[in-house]
Ligand binder design. Structure first.
Ligand code: EPZ
Length: 419
């Protein structure tokens, strides 16, 4: 059992470099199945989700080599089909991207129903709707999703819910379908654009990514390519919030400021000074901030993945803040842990009302999921005394070298192995 121990109250100073985007990486790695060739993916974050996916591809017949710590060479030539059983797929939700990629290349795939964070029901009906619209037969038996098609024919698909996963999975299945596919009401997140760039680099014809209408003209075959993953919008946002919470002067380097507009606007509203300079943001904060309200929305709205870290920041801001979580119905599991640290929060359904308190106090707390873990780190940086966070493995799924980066900014953080 690993724990993070944080001694709160230290201001943060210095520079932190943001790693590659987890949610882009966990889609692009499975997408290499489409190439049937060798791809080199650079700027991958060193997180457990990337390692799990690399091992998964290897066990499915691909050859995966680590060229450098953040660079994988993935050769999927030898793969003949794709059957990811429960043992393989249970580790992470993104295993479902193998369905779209293997359907696109082999016209068939079997993947165990996805696992993932406990933040809500997380249905995949829109993924299935897209695959069926392209001509695939989808069955779910004994916890295995099977997709199969004689051939895939382009179609017009309207997403009933704006879904990142469904948008990407349909793109993967459609790139070598006959004819044109149009995805209406598509997700517009930065990693959708990164995926489209990767697919086009392999020889696909994808247009409109980043808007709510994506057009995909099917091509005969794809080939290998070299791709650099974009910086992690959510990791960057988490460090922005941590700097605002702890107070200090932090330069967050290797970011795309455009991707962070929603969080930048909210932090400025609270009284944080943010200076944009090319690919970096400078965060200057006294730590004494005004409370605000946030509502999570699809991109370019306030990202649901930053709702939990932001909720921690609001617990000691002056006044009252309202947090409305419109994307996932179960994304307030961190609230009970924040209350153990002295937060004054009341949750009613998808809304949390946060009354700012003078300070939090360190406590033993448990991370229930990846971003809940991040919210407890933010709280621990602010709290008086020591905070001990259990279930650090959740945090390691999505944050590359978290404690090293925080320590380099002056935080007092250590990892302990406890039986
Ligand atoms: C991706 O999850 C991310 N995960 C999540 O990040 C992120 O919170 C989410 O997008 C929203 O931005 C990865 O990229 C691996 P969705 P995904 O499909 O694709 C509903 C993190 O912390 N929906 O956009 O599963 C769904 O219930 C993780 O890094 C359907 O109804 O999210 C939700 O309410 C957590 N039917 C909404 O859409 C479907 O078929 C958005 O979900 C699919 C989704």
């Amino acid at each position: 059992m690993e724990k993070l121990i944080i001694e709160g109250g230290q201001q943060l100073q210095g520079t932190v470099r943001i790693s590659g985007f987890k949610n882009a990486a966990v889609a692009i790695i499975p997408a290499t199945v489409l190439a049937g060739d060798t791809c080199v993916i650079d700027n991958l974050p060193q997180i457990s989700d990337v390692k799990i996916l690399a091992d998964m591809l290897s066990s499915l017949g691909a050859t995966v080599k680590e060229l450098r710590p953040n660079t994988l060479e993935i050769n999927t030539t030898a793969m003949k089909d794709c059957y990811a059983d429960y043992e393989l797929a249970k580790e992470l939700r993104a295993s479902y991207y193998l369905l779209g990629a293997a359907l696109g290349r082999f016209k068939k795939a079997k993947v165990a129903y996805p696992g993932g964070c406990s933040i809500g029901s997380r249905p995949i009906d829109q993924h299935i709707k897209g695959f069926e619209a392209l001509g695939a037969k989808v069955t779910i038996e004994h916890g295995i999703i099977s997709v199969e098609a004689e051939k895939l024919v382009g179609a017009e698909i309207y997403l009933d819910v704006v879904s990142v996963g469904a948008t990407i999975n349909i793109m993967l299945a459609a790139v070598m379908a006959e004819g044109t596919t149009v995805i209406d009401n598509a997700a517009k997140e930065p990693h959708i654009v990164d995926m489209a760039n990767f697919l086009n680099c392999m020889g696909a014809d994808v247009k409109g990514a980043g808007t709510d209408v994506i057009k995909i003209k099917g091509v005969e075959k794809l080939g290998g390519c070299i791709h650099t993953v974009i910086p992690d919008q959510i990791e960057a946002g988490t460090y922005m919030i941590a700097a605002a919470a702890a107070g200090g002067d932090v330069l967050i380097d290797n970011v795309i400021p455009k991707h962070l507009e929603a969080i930048t606007a909210k932090l400025k509203e609270m009284g944080v000074n943010i200076i944009e300079n090319g690919e970096s943001l400078r965060i200057i904060s006294s730590g004494n901030l005004k409370n605000v309200s946030i509502k999570t929305l699809v991109y370019p709205g306030f990202p649901t993945d930053l709702q939990q870290p932001m909720s921690s920041l609001l617990t000691t801001a002056k006044g009252t803040g309202i947090v409305a979580e419109t994307i996932f119905e179960g994304r307030f599991k961190h609230v009970d842990e924040l209350k153990r640290m002295g937060a004054n929060i009341k949750v009613e359904g998808r809304v949390a009302v946060i009354h700012g308190v003078k300070n939090l106090t360190g406590a033993k707390v448990v991370a229930s999921d990846l971003r809940a873990g991040a919210s407890l780190v933010v709280a621990g940086l602010m709290a008086k005394g020591e905070t001990e966070i259990e279930n650090v493995q959740y945090i390691d799924r999505g944050y590359d070298q978290l404690e090293q980066k925080l320590i380099s900014l002056g935080a007092k953080v250590r990892r302990e192995h406890r039986e």
